[in-house]
Design a protein around this ligand. Sequence first.
Ligand code: PLP
Length: 391
Amino acid sequence: MLTTIAAFDRLGEENAFAVLARATALAAQGRDIINLGIGQPDFKTPPHIVEAAVKALRDGHHGYTPANGLLPAREAVCRRTLAMTGAEVSPDNVMITPGGKPAMYAAITLFGEPGVDILYPDPGFPIYRSMIDYTGARAIPVPMREENGFAFSAEETLSLITPETRLLILNSPANPTGGITPRAEIEKLVAGLADHPQVAILSDEIYDVMTYDGESHTSLLAFPELRDRLIVLNGWSKTWAMTGWRLGWSIWPDSLIDLVRKLAVNCWSCVNAPAQWAGIAAIDGPQDAVDDMLVAFDRRRLLVTDLLNGLPGVSCIVPKGAFYAFPNISGTGWKAKPLATAILDDVGVALIGGPDFGEYGEGYLRVSCASSDENIEKAVSRMGEFLARRR
Ligand code: PLP
């Protein structure tokens, strides 16, 4: 990969940031804006985690840490991984990064180059596609279909693998759809991957605790046969409402971990020390605040789905995970992005158009549940008023 200006020019954006800027500008003009475009929990980081960072600062943790992260932070990640997935992971295979995104960058740039294929979920987190384009690799979308609960289909995913495929990106529970890929489907996929040893897997499990309706998250770490080609991305941003702290972790095979550590040495040295101490407290401390947040997200996803299904031309399946709903708006007669823009400008509700998450996102909007029940009710009522007037 040549990091030329042309390569940087191929980088995409996360439109959620642009929508946030537009919503903020409108609010500054005095408009009453409800932001359901946001991809971060509307909760504060639990106080005991904040206190751990303050204590770390008071205790003099002001210097560089090892590039791969403090050993106690990596050990905490191993404890949590064992508890969540049953998988034994060595702290030597854990990398602490400033948020989960750098692990995405590392994985995609490690495998991406002109002439190879990388498979990614579509609709999916927009940075996957952006990074693949940056490397010059061919970006091959794996469609996440509404009729399949926006989950991966093992059969369709395997059918897209070619001898040129180097990386398969998985994400469950998923942004932007809330889809969860069932364990049976993951087992089928893993079985099929045995025939494609040239394919590494990046499993983005950042929403792993956010599952509802008795659904459970299946980590790819549950499959030892994949371990020498599996990268798992996770982090503190969503689970402990710590997006602004920039704190993530990832788990790497022996063959790759040192390359990623070197990338850290070259790019960011290490994650700031107090954040890492806060991260340890997050994993080891009480989880009541996380539980309360999950109760709120669970209630709101049912509320928003119910309300959206009452709008003309809109239908919405119940999301099983994460904190987003992904209503189908094809019955409104609108394309998704103009609809999202018109709804923001006209009735002051910020949403993201499905095409911002990929070509298969046309016909959908992403509605975030990271706002109060009252705001969700008000926002959907405004959307209804808009659609009644401008269909
Ligand atoms: N992966 C997914 C699917 C996400 O939705 C996000 C954030 O929105 C991230 C990764 C990156 O999170 P962070 O870099 O804040 O840890």
